[in-house]
Design a protein around this ligand. Structure first.
Ligand SMILES: *[C@@H]1O[C@H](CO)[C@@H](O)[C@H](O)[C@H]1NC(C)=O
Ligand SMILES: *[C@@H]1O[C@H](CO)[C@@H](O)[C@H](O)[C@H]1NC(C)=O
Length: 203
């Protein structure tokens, strides 16, 4: 009786260990435990600069992302693009509704130009992500990193341009907080792209 139980335990242990090593091998030797979709997202988000924001935005898409490093990077880019687009619209409204003094209006226009570049760069990144598994992985992923990095730079150029300008403090605060959020989303997306790139380097 005791022996049978022991045998069972042993068999189970052996099965467990070989499954574990199978999983490790298929993930390029990385020590990643099999996880639920939500755990995968939390774990992936923990390597970003703004993990709470990352979880907040990604968890609702857990069923799409599953446990794929490619899909979480792709989904993060999607969310970032849609947020940058809505921030651009809201700043354009603000810029029209506030009678800004000329220099302030110029800074706001400059900011809107930067954001529209950022939208374009994110669009290109997403379109590369769509094709990333087809061919030229290294070239595509390095383009994605380049463009997402450029989008991030454009967003911070936008806020820098607003500093010291004579615009109402309400407008300034609103611009600042919106740009801050999108630049955090962009930074997170870049971290997830980097993770995906480094995971895939082996394969
Ligand atoms: C990203 O957005 C595109 C276009 O809306 C959609 O087709 C795709 O499924 C999305 N991908 C992820 C991972 O969310
Ligand atoms: C800021 O703009 C207001 C209204 O356009 C103007 O009265 C004020 O002198 C400006 N202040 C500075 C520091 O330029």
């Amino acid at each position: 009786m005791a022996t049978t139980f022991f045998n069972y335990s042993l068999q189970f242990l052996v099965l467990f260990l070989s499954l574990n090593s199978l999983i490790n091998v298929s993930l390029g030797g990385r020590q990643i435990e099999p996880t639920s979709n939500a755990e995968f997202i939390k774990k992936s988000c923990s390597s970003t600069t703004y993990p709470d924001l990352c979880c907040e935005t990604m968890l609702s898409q857990a069923s799409t992302i599953k446990t794929s490093p490619q899909l979480i990077a792709h989904a993060a880019l999607n969310v970032t693009l849609s947020d940058v687009k809505s921030a651009t619209e809201s700043l354009a409204k603000l810029s029209n509704s506030n009678r800004l003094p000329p220099r302030g209006a110029k800074a706001m226009q400059g900011c809107l130009n930067e954001l529209s570049d950022s939208v374009e760069e994110l669009r290109r990144s997403i379109s590369e992500m769509d094709k990333i598994k087809s061919s030229n992985f290294q070239k595509r992923i390095s383009d994605v990193r380049l463009w997402v990095g450029a989008a991030l730079t454009d967003e911070s150029t936008c806020t820098d341009g607003m500093e010291g300008e004579n615009i109402t403090s309400d407008a300034r605060t609103s611009v600042r907080s919106q740009i801050l959020t999108i630049s955090h989303l962009t930074s997170n997306a870049l971290a997830l792209v980097e993770d995906y790139a480094s995971l895939s380097r082996h394969g």
